[in-house]
Write a protein that binds this ligand. Structure first.
Ligand code: GLU
Length: 317
């Protein structure tokens, strides 16, 4: 693989089971990779302790495989090698771009997870930043309430999403100096993602549009760390439950494993997901057919709602 090989990643967090919503995002990512000959890395984003669940990594791998997806590299576990994250934090500290601060336990826990909603995001005012941040030697601290924050400029960060067009976010106004590492030096989601995307040579990121908010933060980190290649970003509308909220456990059991255990064939799930992608009407479909028929231009722009009728169709009731 050369540095110019177009590469994407499937990056499940083993914090819960794959359901119809995130399976659809992975499937679209995979289909785009197949259509465009991208190299695929399977990365297990397992730094989000204590939310990671034992066995959820294997379950995600089984679910992706059962639906017909494949990859060229991995699974690569983030927790297997923490040195690259420490190196990045060391570089940021040496350039006085981060500073230690006290944070609440909830803030520290939240920073470990990809922010799938803005509900728990707290704006951290720049007035809490040290008046003249100085370079220091990064050493993880062990006290429970210390985190490291990145000095975020008070300027817009522009980028272009391949579907949504030009975007611009002033991260200082949005969240302020955000957490890049928690106590003990465990990297926060934003830092771990950028360090890995860069070292895995990821050129194409495809993910749910709830992470659109994170993209400007990640680009600031690319620039602060002087990393390449800067990926292109494609954010996809989510699957929602009947109440209009992101599909989750509260909407009943929509886990891939639930349908698999009930004997629903993967082609049936692919058929429903194909309809959710605008290439319906729903009818059983092989993964190869899904990949060849998928057309990003036909992807509905509005979120998709999962209904009881969909559930009954899957179960052939
Ligand atoms: N692993 C993250 C999640 O499932 C997604 C990371 C990303 O696509 O940036 O929430």
């Amino acid at each position: 693989m050369t540095t110019t090989t177009p590469t994407t990643r499937l990056a499940p967090s083993p914090t819960g089971a794959l359901h119809l919503g995130n399976a659809r995002t992975f499937l679209i990512n995979w289909a785009l990779a197949v259509q465009n000959n991208w190299h695929i890395v399977l990365r297990i984003d397992d730094l989000d302790t204590p939310r990671t669940k034992s066995g959820a990594d294997q379950q995600a791998i089984e679910d992706l495989t059962w639906l017909g997806m494949n990859w060229h590299t991995g699974p690569v576990y983030q927790s297997d090698d923490l040195a690259p994250y420490h190196d990045a934090l060391t570089a940021l500290a040496a350039r006085a771009l981060i500073y230690p601060c006290t944070a609440t336990r909830n803030e520290i826990l939240a920073a470990a997870s990809a922010p799938h909603s803005d509900e728990h995001e707290i704006h951290y005012p720049a007035i809490n930043r040290p008046p003249s941040p100085a370079p220091f030697t990064f050493k993880p601290v062990t006290d429970q309430n210390t985190a490291y924050r990145l000095i975020v400029p008070d300027t817009p960060t522009p980028f272009t999403d391949t579907r949504l067009g030009p975007q611009s976010v002033n991260v200082q106004q949005q969240v302020g100096d955000f957490v890049v590492a928690a106590k003990s030096g465990l990297p926060a989601y934003q830092l771990a993602t950028v360090v890995d995307d860069a070292r895995q040579n990821i050129t194409h990121i495809v993910r749910g549009d709830d992470l659109l908010r994170s993209t400007a933060r990640q680009l600031i980190l690319y620039h602060a760390l002087n990393l390449q290649p800067i990926p292109t970003y494609t954010h996809l509308p989510l699957v929602l439950g009947p109440d209009g909220r992101r599909l989750a456990k509260r909407h009943g059991d929509t886990r891939i494993a639930f349908y698999r255990d009930r004997g629903v064939p993967p082609q049936r799930l692919l058929g429903l997901l194909a309809e959710y992608c605008g290439i319906g009407p729903r009818a059983p479909l092989t993964p190869q057919d899904f990949a060849s028929r998928f057309d990003i231009a036909k992807l509905p722009t509005d979120p998709i709602t999962f209904t009881d009728r969909d559930h009954r169709w899957l179960c052939d009731e």
